[in-house]
Design a protein around this ligand. Structure first.
Ligand SMILES: Cc1cc2nc3c(=O)[nH]c(=O)nc-3n(C[C@H](O)[C@H](O)[C@H](O)COP(=O)(O)OP(=O)(O)OC[C@H]3O[C@@H](n4cnc5c(N)ncnc54)[C@H](O)[C@@H]3O)c2cc1C
Length: 282
């Protein structure tokens, strides 16, 4: 009979800085990076969790726990938890606050790190919506190299880059900008891996009834960035006229239909969100 006490040991490394981390990782290249653990341990229902055989905890790594700001950027260490980002107050973009508050519950946000949320594998991450829309960039760091990559590029090739270079995300840099209008809608079942779900986000800046800047994105099993609409709307007057709105919606419907061909529910929900979001810009 199997001895329940004869459980194979896990190896846990708890480095204090990146140089220690990379030296452990070099010795144990299969070690898994462990931030809040909410994604890695997700779905486990037994009394004892099954942990990765060898893992490197990020919770004490000094460089990953820093937050700094300049006039133009907010820089957040990858191991900072979502709740601590909210505690930074007004400096955090409004759209980011709305999206973080929509992720899981308070207990999850107290554990889940921003780096782990970007890399969460069990589902699309709602956070991509704001990070892409705000033109955020991520620092990818390996033992010998550091480079910055845009949030939009990261969703297409970032994970492969991290694996190829045995790198991690060390910092997230978010341009500081304020928006006069933010519309955020979470679609589908909250807190579940709903293939029909996602996050719709519109950020807009108006000045004297003119649209000065606008970003619109849907993030779900696919990511749709409405670049043509964004370009067309900049310089237009608000509220958007009926005719203009009709033609914008036709263009958006075509784009959404081509991306979500087989999912009519999602197509209709996204178009409904776009209609509400655009009609409320003043
Ligand atoms: C109940 C529940 C509800 C949820 N609801 C939502 C939701 O509504 N919306 C949503 O978007 N998500 C949701 N999630 C997913 C959640 O956002 C992730 O579980 C969480 O953000 C992961 O963060 P973590 O720090 O715990 O990551 P971990 O579990 O520690 O790690 C996740 C992955 O990222 C890797 N990793 C971690 N940090 C780094 C780094 N700095 N560099 C490179 N790799 C790294 C790890 O190796 C691992 O592969 C939910 C999860 C749960 C359990």
């Amino acid at each position: 009979m199997e001895d329940p006490h004869n459980i194979p040991h896990n190896q846990v490394f708890r480095p204090y800085n990146l140089s220690e981390l990379f030296s452990f990782w070099n010795r144990f290249p299969d070690a898994v990076l462990f931030a809040g653990g909410t994604d890695l341990l997700r779905g486990q229902t037994k009394r004892l969790f099954t942990f990765p055989k060898t893992f490197i905890s990020l919770d004490k790594v000094e460089e990953l726990k820093k937050i700094s700001r300049t006039e133009r950027y907010l820089e957040i260490g990858a191991a900072i938890c979502l709740s601590d980002i909210l505690r930074l107050g007004k400096i955090v973009p409004e759209g980011m606050v709305a999206i973080i508050n929509s992720i899981g519950n308070l207990r999850l946000r107290n554990l889940a790190s921003i780096g782990g949320t970007i890399l969460s594998t069990h589902r699309y991450s709602d956070l991509h919506a704001i990070l892409i829309a705000q033109d955020a960039t991520y620092e990818l760091k390996s033992a010998s190299n550091a480079r910055w990559i845009s949030a939009s590029k990261f969703v297409t090739s970032g994970i492969e880059l991290l694996q190829e270079e045995q790198a991690l995300i060390s910092r997230i840099r978010i341009p500081i900008s304020s928006w006069s209008y933010v519309f955020h809608k979470k679609i589908g079942l909250l807190n579940r891996d709903d293939p029909d779900g996602g996050t719709f986000l519109l950020l807009c800046n108006t000045e004297k009834n003119l649209i000065m800047d606008l970003r619109m994105i849907f993030v779900g099993s696919k990511i749709i960035r409405f670049k043509d609409l964004e370009t067309n709307l900049i310089g237009q007057t608000v509220p958007i006229g009926e005719k203009s709105m009709e033609s914008l919606l036709v263009n958006c419907s075509d784009l959404v239909a081509s991306e979500m061909a087989e999912n009519k529910y999602l197509q209709n929900t996204i178009i409904r969100s776009i209609t509400i979001a655009l009609s409320n810009i003043f």
